[in-house]
Write a protein that binds this ligand. Sequence first.
Ligand SMILES: [Fe+2]
Length: 377
Amino acid sequence: MSPERNGSPPPKKPKVGNEENGGSVAPAENGASAPRGKNQEELQEWIEQRVEVPDGVNEEYYQISPEILDCFPKYVFPIDLYRLKEDIASLVPVYKTGVRVDSGFRAMVYQRCREGLIFVSRMQHGIYTKFISQQPDMVLLDKNLLPTEIAAILMVSLRQALEEFYDQMVGPRLNDLRKVVGILVEYVIQKPERMDAFICTVHELSTIENKSVNVCFAAMALYMRYYGGRINVHTLEKVALGFILHDIGMTRIPKFVTEKERMLNPEERRRVKEHPLEAVEVLRNLDLTEEPHVLPAMQHHERMDGGGYPNRLRGDQISILGRMAAVADSYVAMITERPFSKEKKPLLAAVELLKDQTSYDIRITSLLVKILQEVTC
Ligand SMILES: [Fe+2]
């Protein structure tokens, strides 16, 4: 359980029980009627299944915040709920997904939730993540989520927002993407070390959107470490947006080229190499013209010895944002499976980049190695 959980005392090794061992379903709480509907028998059957909870209950269940519960549909919750019965140190099932609830039952659950007594199973974390990722600002309210869980939720939210934006590059969709980026920034700027957990959150499917989120997380982890506490929230919002849009130029390259599974021919390679230049035009059309927006897109394929593209910049000609984007972009490419090469272990990939000082800034690659040595992915 996260050390940032809410103020209620931690449960003492509770077990999941049923009515026979002292647990009860909703009606016994306050006279409110039980969940009704055709699933009632199913509910009863489910309640009668004993689930023994091991000592480390917090690894398997976590408290749900009232704010999160508040976001659930009013009449059918998307997730099973358990109530802590402190007197018998047990977790008792109180709600099964899909059963319709009435207002009395809902009020009881809300009250118990405010008291810190309602738990959900980490077994259903996938459903929880999917639900919350549609309302990502909830991660700022839920004090019970682990940093890795928040990273997973924001990864899904950012990918969805980026997919929608790349599908239709218009102002409102850009604003939606900005909102999610703003949530990420708000979350990590309070404690820069929070960004470390994001470097372990890698989406493996190599679509442009997935890769862009991966690169954004890695580059932001580097940025936060590089500048430490000297980061301005408005600058970080621009930087984060610039990192996630670093490959926006690829949206101008035909799909038959970007999705080709065989080797590209020389003409196709030439076309792909134009994507940093295409990016500048696309960003300008979106009124994204400030350096943090443009430099990652323009320079993530430049190399320290001048061997990169599109402008063959070298050394100090490449901005720090460009160098970070270059390291993050190559790192993500190495740790995710591609058509012609197998993925590498994160630390091995970072060490390989560290050795390549002709291509990458050693200050950035050594930071990447340091982060990966300190976090457990
Ligand atoms: Fe690129």
